[in-house]
Design a binder for this molecule. Structure first.
Ligand code: COA
Ligand code: MG
Length: 295
């Protein structure tokens, strides 16, 4: 399960080089908002070359953020990068599952044309960047196997609704953005995929990043977008289960194993029942998956 997803502006050779050893689970090579229209053509070439130069991936998966569905830029982005086999595509300004399906169809054709394995390239939509998209967050289950997760964005949404700020003075999200964040969680769970939290924009604020990671993991997100290499190790650390959580999960699983047929038991004076067992199993499975990834 990927925890850290670092955006790297696709037109910056310096940042592309810098990203190679930063330890991110995923690098998102960006062709959208961090690249000006005049630089997009050059960025496509740099991103394609970067993918080709890292064909044997080691530490980081390599994803590309293309431009929004149906735009001429999106078609040019896909034409430039798919042959170099990115692990996935981040789709900005996704309006509904139909945009993901549209992208999947484009990928079907390009994978076929380039002799690539069908449906190997996954999709992560940024699903809250337009106001109407919030009303379609329950529909992503129909996207099929390409859908890797859902993430959300606050900056474009702020502009769209005319908000002058999206965070309180203490860094917590204002009500409209808490709503978008929650919809991302519910929409991802309804579709059976991972929820990835949006980025912490104040990239020098380490304490704020830790707090937002802790809140995200508590609520069910399994990773977080990043914009600066220094955010990566914090995110990787925060989205691992703590030793105390692992120990507690092991105790719950052991308790149920020792009491076959029981659906509700007592542990330290509190009730534990089937949802707690499922949650404990989920924590252990995720830890095992992350252990394998590190090996
Ligand atoms: N990926 C790779 N390298 C990055 C990076 C990123 N996202 N952000 C910064 N770096 C590099 C810098 O190039 C610099 O390396 P150098 O010393 O070799 O030049 C080093 O990390 C330290 O950077 P720093 O000086 O602290 O930041 P900055 O002022 O250069 O850049 C930002 C700040 C916000 C412009 C930059 O972090 C960035 O471009 N982030 C991504 C933006 C983006 O993709 N937005 C779209 C998604 S919302
Ligand atoms: Mg944007």
């Amino acid at each position: 399960m990927a925890r850290s997803w670092l955006f790297v502006p696709g037109d910056s050779e310096r940042k592309l080089a810098k990203s190679e050893n930063c330890g991110a689970d995923v690098l998102i090579l960006d062709l959208e908002d961090s690249v000006t229209p005049e630089h997009k053509a050059a960025a496509r070439g740099l991103v394609r070359d970067f993918l080709a130069a890292h064909a044997a991936r080691r530490r980081s998966q390599l994803w590309v953020r293309v431009n929004s569905a149906g735009s001429a830029d999106c078609a040019a982005d896909l034409a430039a990068v798919v042959a170099a086999r990115p692990d996935g595509i981040v789709q900005p300004k996704t309006r509904s599952a139909a945009d993901v399906t549209w992208l999947g169809t484009q990928l079907d054709g390009l994978e076929r044309r380039h002799g690539l394995q069908q449906a190997a390239i996954r999709i992560l939509p940024i699903a809250t960047e337009t106001p109407a998209a919030l009303f379609a967050m329950g529909g992503y289950a129909q996207c099929g196997a390409r859908l890797a997760g859902l993430t959300w964005g606050a900056e474009d949404l702020s502009v769209a609704i005319g908000a002058t700020a999206n965070q309180e003075a203490d860094g917590t999200w204002t009500a409209p953005f808490q709503f978008a964040r929650s919809l991302c969680l519910f929409g991802a769970a309804a579709a059976g995929v991972a929820a990835i939290d949006t980025l912490h924009i104040d990239f020098r604020d380490g304490a704020g990043l830790i707090a937002s990671c802790a809140a995200a993991r508590r609520d069910g997100f399994s990773g977080k977008l990043a914009i600066h290499p220094e955010q990566v190790s914090v995110i990787n650390e925060c989205f691992l289960p703590s030793a105390a959580e692992l120990a507690q999960a092991q105790r719950i699983v052991a308790l149920f194993a020792a009491n076959p047929g029981a659906a509700a038991l007592s542990l330290d004076g509190r009730m534990v029942d089937i949802p707690h067992l499922r949650q404990a199993e989920h924590i252990l499975a995720r830890a095992a998956d992350q252990g394998l990834k590190r090996a």
